[in-house]
Design a protein around this ligand. Structure first.
Ligand code: GTR
Length: 335
């Protein structure tokens, strides 16, 4: 049986009081969970995708830096719906935060098309130089007019075509093939300019559309080609890198009714502080997915001379960026 003398009892009480004191202090620092504001963040990718990992890191930082005043719950894997539907809900405040591709967002704020013009960036470094400059800030701020708050940029690499029919070596090989593109006017015109037929549709419908022959293929980066399992039904991947479409972290403008200006500043800082985290996870995933796709037997064909592709999409600039030609020139000349 456990026996306790007076001395042990006293020191027991002392330790207990000390622990209560420590817990009490912690409580003061962190707002009790019932007073916290809880927001929802929509993400279409699976749990371990680079953007999802970054969303969670962002949410962790926000909770930490607001001392628990603001909690952001990440709903990944399309739990809150496809991107276009999510954006509509973010616009009227039914969803508070989202990580989205710039392509569907540009339907709500057409000036964003400038940042997804085909072949506008020489490479990934060039894109990052632009996004992290005053040009990137200008476009991020511009979406406020459409009911969104732009928080920060993440990486999605370059997009290329893949299909179930044949290997593509030249632009002429694209003719007659039907591709799914994102629900964005620019993406539709771009794929048409390259000579293919086009069907815009939500991401989640692409696998079965290829499988049933409704379309011949789609276009995306290696990590999405991999995690969506599209490679199972479309094994010809053509590295033509026709667009680099940045990912964007946004909030609903209606979130501002529930938080202070100071907390918005904290939230924006948290978004920008997770950019490097996401970019590192992205690079790892690109290499991992490309290797996996090769092991799975996908036929990966590099388009070495992209001149004909670049020429074919040039009318897109006039149509989608004519009011921003000064900025386009600045982007092109940025070294
Ligand atoms: C991915 C992007 C998604 C989504 C998807 C698509 O690369 O990360 O946000 O836009 O492409 O093709 O719909």
């Amino acid at each position: 049986m456990l026996t306790m003398n007076k001395k042990t009892f006293k020191s027991g009480i002392f330790i207990l009081m000390f622990l209560l004191l420590v817990v009490g202090c912690q409580r003061d620092k962190n707002v009790s969970s019932k007073d916290a504001i809880v927001f929802r963040l929509a993400e279409i990718h699976p749990t371990d995708y680079p953007t999802t990992l970054a969303d969670k890191e962002f949410a962790r930082l926000v909770e930490e830096r607001t001392n628990g005043r603001i909690i952001i719950k990440v709903y990944d894997s399309q739990q809150l719906g496809e991107e276009k539907a999510v954006l509509e809900q973010v616009q009227f405040g039914a969803i508070d935060f989202a990580r989205t591709s710039l392509a569907p967002l540009s339907e709500f704020a057409p000036e964003l098309n400038v940042l997804q013009l085909p072949y506008i960036y020489r490479d990934g470094d060039h894109m990052w130089q632009v996004l992290n400059s005053s040009i990137g800030d200008f476009f991020l701020d511009s979406i406020e007019g459409a009911g969104f708050i732009g928080l920060g940029w993440y990486d999605a690499g370059a997009r290329s075509f893949y299909n179930s029919v044949r290997e593509i070596h030249t632009i002429d090989d694209l003719k007659g093939l039907k591709f799914r593109v994102m629900e964005s006017a620019l993406m539709i015109d771009m794929a048409k300019a390259l000579g293919s037929s086009v069907t815009p549709m939500p991401y989640g419908e692409v696998y079965s559309a290829i499988q049933t022959g409704v379309i011949d293929g789609a276009e995306n980066n290696f990590p999405s080609y991999d995690t969506s399992s599209h490679f199972e039904v479309a094994k010809y991947f053509t590295v033509d890198e026709h667009v680099r479409v940045p990912e964007v972290l946004i909030a609903s403008a209606l979130v501002l009714d529930r938080i202070s200006e100071e907390d918005l500043i904290i939230i924006k800082e948290c978004a920008s502080d997770t950019q490097m985290f996401q970019r590192e996870k992205w690079q790892e995933k690109v290499s991992e997915s490309e290797l996996k796709m090769r092991e799975e037997g996908c036929i990966i064909t590099e388009i070495k001379d992209k001149q004909n592709f670049v020429k074919a999409v040039s009318p897109i600039y006039e149509k989608y960026a004519k009011d921003y030609m000064g900025i386009v020139k600045q982007i092109q000349e940025m070294r």
